[in-house]
Design a protein around this ligand. Structure first.
Ligand code: ASP
Ligand code: MG
Length: 403
């Protein structure tokens, strides 16, 4: 008997037929004698629709109340799924995040899980119940509802798998695994049997929307056995683990693009020590994550600093920087959201010189101009115009994967 955590995304539970399809997967796993804990997302586009609803009432609602609203989507899913499983004749119980004691910090809309008290879930499992837990939500120390950030049901699942010591954590989705590129953009993309945590982490944070990046971080930290697979077709998916088989043979495991990027450029900053520190510590206090940073060489005692943030952080970044314009001493700030980041990722890159140049060659062959470049041991990222991004991904993918 194994303890298995299964997570089903919004599209996998979008309608009655899909709910019963998932109920069958869950009960089949249970019938094999396993203990089954299931994490569900809100149906289809529910979370977006709830956000719209909020806007109709108040353009700027408090984050606390938004979380009260957004958390309802997942609560609907667990209740409906429990009813479907009851109908199939299996013992089941649904639990919200707070009933499952998923304790988070108080950063509403983007809270982090601090701890999970597993007693309730374990008691239910001991009674041989299938346990359904609402994804994406928790409770803070004030007993208030929090949500864990968009896409965070994956993280709920991995956190539960870690805490419960599950044998396997399966993330069921509408694709059958992790691909070498987004198959909707690149027809020649193919599924990977295995990928390392580090590669997956890069791909997730680079916009390959298969897994929430915090879920991969957590899976790596707690060494959770992770599998990404399809809820629509019963076939093996992609295993995410510490060391993957392909490591010696291939240099690149995937190409990703991220459209959720904005560039902020500050011009004519004073060319003195401490300026970069001031800018990025200000942003850090507002929890604005900065990605690629470019600083120009100083001239006439001034310099420019350009960096990227996610689009949803633009407003808050703009606000803190504008407030401090005088003390930072920059002349102008420009913001461009019409950019994308395209990246290649692979553990094999470290020992292979010339990978970056092959990527640049592919981009130049389709006439794509590069604005910024950043590299790490296992990735190369370029910032380009968003209108070029699909073309760029295709060209780069085929350069590495189609021989
Ligand atoms: N329903 C939430 C969202 O749409 C969480 C999730 O699906 O993982 O972001
Ligand atoms: Mg998701």
């Amino acid at each position: 008997m194994a303890l298995i955590v299964q997570k089903f995304g919004g599209s996998s539970v979008a309608n009655v037929e899909r709910i019963f399809n998932v109920a069958k997967i869950i009960t089949d796993t249970y019938k094999e004698g396993n203990q089954v804990v299931v994490v569900l997302s809100a149906q289809g586009d529910t979370t977006d629709e709830l956000k719209e609803k909020a806007k109709e009432i108040n353009e700027n609602p408090s984050r606390r109340e938004l979380d009260v609203l957004l958390s309802t989507g997942e609560q609907i899913s667990i209740a409906l799924m429990a009813m479907a499983i009851e109908k199939l004749g299996f013992p089941v119980v649904s639990l919200t995040g707070w009933q499952a004691h998923i304790q988070s910090d108080s950063n509403y809309l983007n809270a982090r899980i601090k701890n999970i008290m597993p007693d309730r879930i374990q008691n239910e499992l001991a009674r041989r119940n299938i346990v359904l837990v609402a994804g994406f939500q928790g409770i803070n120390r004030f007993n208030d509802i929090t949500t864990l950030g968009r896409g965070a049901s994956d993280t709920t699942a991995v956190a539960l798998a870690a805490k419960l010591g599950a044998d396997l954590c399966q993330i069921y989705t509408d694709v059958d695994g992790v691909y070498t590129a987004d198959p909707r953009i690149v027809k020649t993309a193919h599924k990977l049997d295995e990928i390392t945590f580090d590669e997956m982490l890069e791909l997730a944070s680079l916009g390959a929307q298969v897994l929430h990046n915090r879920s991969v971080e957590m899976a790596k930290r707690f060494n959770v056995n992770l599998e990404v697979r399809s809820s629509l077709e019963n076939k093996p998916g992609t295993i995410v683990k510490e060391v993957a088989k392909h490591m010696e043979s291939t240099t690149i495991s995937g190409v990703a693009k991220d459209d959720n990027v904005a560039v902020i450029a500050l011009t004519h900053l004073k060319d003195v020590p401490g300026v970069a520190y001031k800018i990025f510590s200000l942003l850090a206090t507002k929890k604005v994550n900065v990605d690629i940073i470019l600083q120009s060489i100083g001239r006439e005692d001034t310099k420019d600093i350009t960096f990227t943030v996610t689009e949803d952080n633009v407003e808050i970044a703009k606000e803190v920087l504008t407030e401090s314009q005088e003390s930072l001493g920059f002349e102008s700030m420009s913001i461009d959201t019409g950019v994308s980041k395209v990246s290649i990722v692979g553990s094999g890159m470290v020992n292979n010189p010339g990978i970056a140049s092959q990527m640049f060659e592919a981009l130049s062959s389709v006439g794509v101009n590069i604005h910024m470049i950043s590299t790490s041991e296992i990735k190369v990222s370029v910032l380009i115009n968003q209108s070029d991004s699909d073309r760029a991904v295709k060209a780069v993918h085929d350069k590495f994967f189609i021989k």
